[in-house]
Design a protein around this ligand. Structure first.
Ligand code: 2P0
Length: 324
């Protein structure tokens, strides 16, 4: 009773920021992402009635208590669906550089959900897998699919209508995504804590909720029309607005470093020189730059010249989960 799944991580263009239900990972707002081609987790799950306890190996080592307990709690959800008490051995190999500010929890829980369900012979469709993955980490529900993906927040209290769907397969629109690393320090506030604190204390959070659906609609229309500039403008504004909600939290949360601001200004400057590059920033200091593939090489070279930039990882839209 064993299965292996590879899942890519994703980057949000319209951000998920805030939960309406922490246990079920139900979001306050819908979000939109691109699944990436180069950063992934490959996970093998094996259930056996002779195993006495669960074990979680992360990158060939027994994982720490915090990570392990998240995985074991998630295994409980899969066991409940399958009506079994069998313990499992989970081996995850992460090919997501932790410093890159890309969430390995998205690829990790998408791979775990699909491998766990397959190992127990649960016949879940993509929607059901998305709902399951969501309960490990919100953004994981989007990594089930490739390309451009929307996570509909849903309204039901049981989370049955809160899942992701694919808007556009990865082959249908190639864009370049440059993950610009400006600092290698681990972030101090996790996304989970950061969003909780923002929802509970920021006076700007209502402004976020009042406008995010419009941003989403705008982004979807831009994707449908393959209008890169329109998409870039809304993506950038949405990321800045998310960070603005955090600045209003008590205590305030500022993920940016000096290098973050330096890259932002440089992108804006490059636009005055005729480039079509736009940025987005997640719960960390690094900047992700979106540009048309024909501008990728020049953007890479220009950004690498900035003193604060340590490294740049380039990727493109990638596929959904793959059974191996
Ligand atoms: C996103 N982020 O949409 C947003 C934007 C970070 C900033 O999803 O608590 O690891 O596990 O549901 O999914 C990162 O948060 O949080 C995230 P949990 P998750 O990509």
């Amino acid at each position: 009773m064993k299965a292996t799944v590879k899942a890519n991580t994703n980057i949000a263009l319209i951000k998920y920021w805030g939960k309406r239900d922490e246990k079920l990972f139900l979001p306050m707002n819908s979000s939109l992402s691109i699944t990436l081609d180069k950063f992934y987790t490959t996970t093998t799950v094996e259930f056996d009635e002779y195993f006495e306890s669960d074990i979680f190996l992360l990158n060939n080592r027994v994982a720490g208590t915090k990570e392990s307990s998240k995985v074991f709690n998630f295994l409980d959800k899969i066991r409940e669906l399958a009506g079994t008490k069998m313990r499992a051995r989970v081996r995850a190999l992460n090919n997501v550089p932790t410093a890159a500010g890309l969430a390995s929890s998205a690829s990790g829980f998408a791979a775990l959900a699909a491998a766990g369900a397959k190992a127990l012979n649960l016949k879940l469709d993509e929607r059901e897998l998305s709902i399951l993955a969501r309960q490990g980490s919100g953004s994981a529900c989007r990594s089930i699919y490739g390309g451009f993906v929307e996570w509909q927040k849903g309204v039901e209290t049981d989370g049955s209508d809160s899942y992701a769907t694919q808007l556009l397969p990865e082959q249908r629109w190639n864009i370049s995504i440059l993950s610009v690393l400006v600092a290698s320090k681990e972030k101090k506030v996790s996304s989970r804590e950061g969003m909780k604190n923002t929802v509970e204390t920021s006076p700007f959070y209502s402004g976020w909720l009042n406008t995010v659906e419009d941003d989403l609609k705008n982004a979807k229309e831009a994707i449908r029309a393959r209008d890169f500039q329109r998409l870039g403008n809304v993506v950038e504004a949405n990321a800045l607005k998310m960070h603005a909600t955090m600045l209003g939290a008590k205590p305030p949360i500022l993920y940016w470093q000096g290098g973050t601001v330096e890259v932002i200004h440089h992108i804006q400057y490059m636009r005055t020189c005729g480039f079509s590059a736009y940025f987005t920033i997640d719960a960390g200091p690094n900047v992700k730059v979106l540009c048309p593939p024909e501008e990728e090489r020049r953007m890479y070279e220009e950004l690498l010249k900035l003193p604060a930039v340590e490294e740049i990882l380039v990727c493109h839209p990638g596929s959904g989960i793959q059974y191996i």
